[in-house]
Write a protein that binds this ligand. Structure first.
Ligand code: PEP
Ligand code: MG
Length: 538
């Protein structure tokens, strides 16, 4: 047995086989071949195989993440039928080049050609041509697909995972996550929690090919990753797993119960979500509403901006699913670790301190306006609250409110029924916490983003695993900022919640109630755990 220690970012036990997720380094050379006709046949067969993969992926994505995310596979299949693209690659093969080189060249040419177009939709196709070419090249080189290909659910082991990769995975195929890099507050860890899967980060396991397929245990309680454990240890872990499942079942009894302490103090417990499917889990967990819909996840794992119509459909679906319960949708928080090629963002020295979230929205207003239009149209279908991330000044809030008014007027002029929505901001920068007395006069609510507030207050990069040891989420400075924000909110007569991961930290539940936090928004998998903690309090 080999034992590796890491940091548990989602409690629970997973037992299964390792699936080593490695991003292959593809080598392309301009080597000439002697039989172009045979090479062309090989190329066309690879294209057919790629189309078959895409048909399957479309079906799987449709079932797992819905039509919005599935559509891209259909588009890719169509592009693989584009005669000009196929002719371009075949032409290179006729000139004696190997198929991999020919496809790479055609992919680059088409990507460049589309990237130079005026039309935004067409520009978005540039990344698609790169993507389909990569798929065909992987087949030609006999490299495994980047998707998980396994009949049975597996434990995914990787060096690191980006949020874009994680949103693409088929949840039903994964038992747990183990990454060499990563940190507790990274969005990948947050996604693991939203999927309710045991997960470890910072596990120093060598990613050798032999690891693939071995039996392993992910213990999110102990922060342990065991490879090929002895019978006796495996049995102990099975017992622990059964205990964990029994505890989860016991929590089920709390469904339908109030979040109230023994002395009658109440608090709302809402859920954090990233897509429409997650809203089902929030309902299943008996969340009182949605306290944070990270709308930027609608922008990840795809190659073009989601249209107003697509966004409207998603927001409306969540509002309808929640049947009149409050849904707080955060406008997009792209940037930092959430990278999206089609935004065309420049690389930055300090992305967490850079061009992200509301800064992009106030600079590229067309993106913001599309989202606000979708939100206000959806507002007619439920109880919507809109929240803005990464605020640092009163001026930003004033400008946002002007744009909001303009959007509402336009929609009304166009004849859309425009719903009402509370407007709030995230308090996730020390600047916002310090001026929260002034900000509170401008908005209907605050939601404290403790993940970023911790990183900026302590100057500890939330992505850097080396700093896990000094990332003290109970640091006095952070708690003082939270307390001050709550006090300032209440003095201005507005409500205040916590939507960062700290909201689910049951060591602080009593303190949150004491200082008067109105709402805690946590992963759906933590709703009942926090309810249980509240109900245990005097
Ligand atoms: C936060 O910063 O606490 C937060 C909820 O936002 P995110 O984790 O998406 O940055
Ligand atoms: Mg944040």
């Amino acid at each position: 047995m080999e034992r590796y220690i890491g940091k548990g970012v989602m409690r629970g036990i997973a037992i299964g086989r390792v699936y080593l997720y490695q991003k292959a380094d593809i080598q392309v050379t301009d080597q000439k071949i002697s039989d172009p006709a045979a090479e062309k046949e090989r190329f066309l067969a690879a294209v057919e195989q790629a189309k078959a993969q895409l048909t399957r992926l479309y079906g799987e994505a449709l079932a797992n993440v819905g039509e919005d995310h599935a559509a891209i596979f259909d588009v890719h299949k169509m592009l693989l039928e584009d005669e000009d693209y196929l002719d371009a690659a075949a032409g290179e093969i006729d000139d004696g080049y190997n198929a991999v080189y020919a496809v790479d060249l055609a992919g680059t040419q088409f990507a460049e050609m589309f990237a130079a177009m005026d039309d935004e939709y067409m520009r978005g196709r540039a990344a698609d041509f790169k993507d389909i070419s990569r798929r065909v090249i992987r087949i030609l080189l006999d490299l495994p697909e980047e998707e998980i290909r396994s009949e049975e659910p597996v434990v995914l082991v990787a060096d690191d995972l980006t949020p874009s990769e994680t949103v693409k995975f088929d949840k039903t195929k994964i038992l747990g996550f183990v990454t060499v890099k990563g940190s507790a507050n990274s969005h990948t860890a947050i996604l693991a929690r939203s999927m309710n899967l045991p997960a470890l980060v910072c596990v120093d396991v060598p990613l050798a090919d032999e690891l693939h397929g071995k039996t392993c245990v992910v213990d999110g309680f102990e922060g342990e990753f065991l490879v090929e454990p002895e019978e006796e240890i495996l049995s102990e872990k099975v017992v622990r797993k059964n205990q964990w499942i029994a505890d989860l079942e016991a929590l089920e009894k709390l469904k339908g119960q109030d979040n109230v302490t023994k002395s009658g103090k109440r608090i709302d417990i809402f859920a954090n979500i990233g897509n429409v499917k997650d809203a089902e889990e929030a309902c299943a967990a008996d969340a009182g509403g949605i306290g944070l819909f990270r709308s930027e996840f609608l922008y990840l794992g795809r190659d073009t901006f989601p249209s107003e119509e697509e966004q409207y459909t998603s927001y409306k679906a969540v509002l309808e699913k929640m049947e009149g319960k409050k849904v707080v949708i955060r406008t997009l928080d792209i940037g930092a670790d959430k990278k999206v090629d089609y935004f065309g963002l420049d690389p930055e020295e300090n992305p967490a301190l850079g061009y992200r979230a509301i800064r992009i929205c106030l600079d590229r207003e067309e993106i913001f306006i599309t989202q606000l239009r979708a939100l206000y149209r959806a507002a007619a279908h439920g109880k919507l609250a809109i929240m803005f991330p990464m605020i640092i000044s009163v001026d930003e809030v004033k400008r946002i409110k002007q744009i909001v008014e303009m959007v509402k007027e336009e929609l009304t002029k166009e004849g859309y029924p425009v719903g009402e929505a509370e407007l709030g901001i995230m308090i996730e920068t020390p600047a916002a916490a310090v001026i929260s007395d002034r900000l509170a006069k401008e908005v209907d609510f605050f939601s404290i983003g403790t993940n970023d507030l911790t990183q900026y207050t302590l100057a500890v990069d939330r992505q850097n695993q080396k700093l896990e040891g000094i990332c003290d989420t109970h640091h006095e400075a952070l708690l003082r900022l939270i307390e001050m924000t709550v006090k300032n909110a209440h003095e201005a007569g507005i409500w205040v919640g916590i939507c960062g991961e700290l909201g689910a930290d049951t060591e602080l539940t009593e303190w949150f109630l004491k200082i008067g936090v109105d709402e805690l928004s946590v992963a759906a998998s933590a709703v009942l755990k926090v309810r249980s903690a509240v109900r245990e309090l005097p």
